[in-house]
Design a protein. Sequence first.
Length: 380
Amino acid sequence: MQRTDPRSGRQLWRRMRPRASTLLQNLLSRLWVLLANALARVFQPGWRSLKARGLASALAVAGLSSFTTLATAPLNAVHAQAAAVKGAPQVVHGQATLNQVGKERIITNSNGAIINWQQFNIDRGELTRFVQQNAQSQVLNRVVGVDPSVILGTLQSNGRVFLVNPNGIVFGAGSQVDVAGLVASTLRLSNDDFLNHRMRFTDTPGAGAIKNEGNIRTALGGEVLLVAPRVENSGLIFAPEGKILLAAGRSVEVADIDKPSIRVEISNSSEEAVNLGTLMAKHISIYGGLVQNTGRIQATSAVLGENGKVILRGKAKVELTPASVITATGSGGTTGGDIDISAENALGINGGGEVIVQGVLSTKPTLDGKNLYSTSVTDS
């Protein structure tokens, strides 16, 4: 019987050990990725949950350092890792860094950054802040998942924030938005148009509505644009010395908010723009198939020589209910402003539609800090 030399077995093991070690490491790596995916499906978007971060830290101690790296490293530097974790935000243009501490999510972005999110929500008590270069800097947040965006907490930025979600956008009661400017839409805005500063929103089948029940405020001279097939405001939108546009349609192209030549494609009167709350800015425009105001629209400017302006354009109908209050003044309240209301008829002739005016409509200047309201309407 032939005997095996023990030394040959040891030599064989020494030769095979590096390969076996590599195979084992690969197996463990695959197991960690599967576990990370499972956690990401439970805790998303963007690892907002403190519990998820705690579990991720525990895994990092065990060897999965890449999972926690995603939460704090530059997003565009970890695309390969992020792709393996469902729900991870991905930067598709520019740079952005996300840092999550408890209920605060801080994103520092370059001007023109574009971030794709599976979900974009802010729960009550949570804060999301975009830190940008200046008030002219802007960031596009595009939701590519299937859920609407629900903002219940606080959104802040020293720059302009774009949020595009075809599934719908809700700023809930108690929410606070404090930014240099805000553009929210459920219609499509291409990356190319965004990067070239073109406000061209195109038709998106099944696009949801936008509803604001909270407080949206901009810096001095800021702009707020809410664009969707249906837009409703029952909260406060305040853009001091700035501009507000509510546009309800299938496609919207804005060259200049100040001009009535904004192109809004409207297919029927179900595309409604409704104000039940308060709109305050220098220039305020509302476009839709049906435009209705039951709240307060106050267009004013404290700048000498500048007048407040209100434009209401309905494809079929503009209705001002008895509770409606619309005022336009200028030059610190010493001069009157402009109010322009019109609707088209069935042939598309401007001014031939239905305009129902009730409530208060005034372009008179302010005296002693009090508005002199008038309910009379003069046809020109």
